[in-house]
Design a protein around this ligand. Structure first.
Ligand code: GRF
Length: 202
């Protein structure tokens, strides 16, 4: 049966597009994007979703408390019969209500090797700290910031002449690759959780 993905974003939407491209190309089999939701009006990712003929919802979060807002989003995802929620540049923490509505069925992509550099401007944090290797992480989402069990990571070397821009671009390329790979693994159920460890079943 075709699995239905709900994508949540707040901005540009390049990770969303990478997922959409992977589905079209068959790299993520038996899946479709059921709805793309933005908490921000005017998010470019929503225009991109629209241009692809996908269902979109803008549910503005401004001025709302976390849980009442999340109840609206969860309702929209249920309406679209979503099996898996993919956060793709979604700039909000999820409430316990949201997390409980989709147990082990919410993924996020983060542009650092977690648990290093959670939060905002991770690439700048990595450069400022002086690490020699940066990267990205796909993880299950809980109610804490960038904190759930890790599905996949990719390592990206930091070059001496890197700027935030050049490093971010190199990391983004890997984000697009591992997010699709992780979605494929999770949708196929080819993993088990042992404590915090996500063990891939082959
Ligand atoms: C990505 O770097 C992602 O890892 C982070 O926010 C950025 C979103 O970019 N969570 P995009 O909107 O997917 O292009």
């Amino acid at each position: 049966m075709t699995k239905r993905i709900g994508v949540l974003l707040s901005g540009r939407g390049s990770n969303f597009e990478a997922l959409a491209d992977s589905i079209s190309a068959g790299r993520i089999p038996n899946a479709e994007i059921a709805v793309v939701v933005s908490n921000r009006e005017g998010a470019p990712g929503i225009d991109r979703a629209h241009a692809r003929g996908l269902a979109t919802r803008v549910i503005p979060s401004k001025g709302l408390e976390r849980e009442p807002y999340d109840r609206q989003v969860v309702a929209a995802l249920h309406e679209a019969s979503v099996d898996l929620v993919c956060l793709a540049g979604y700039m909000r923490l999820l409430s316990p209500h949201f997390v409980a509505a989709f147990p082990q069925r919410i993924l996020n992509i983060h542009p650092s090797l977690l648990p290093s550099f959670p939060g905002l401007e991770s690439q700048k944090q990595a450069l400022d700290y002086g690490v020699k290797f940066a990267g990205c992480t796909v993880h299950f989402v809980d109610e804490n910031l960038d904190a759930g069990p890790i599905v996949l990571q990719a390592v990206v070397p930091v070059e001496d002449d890197d700027t935030e821009d050049t490093l971010s671009t190199r990391i983004l390329k890997e984000e697009h690759r591992i997010y699709s790979e992780a979605v494929k693994i999770v949708l196929a159920g080819k993993f088990k959780l042992e404590g915090r460890r996500v063990i891939q079943l082959r």
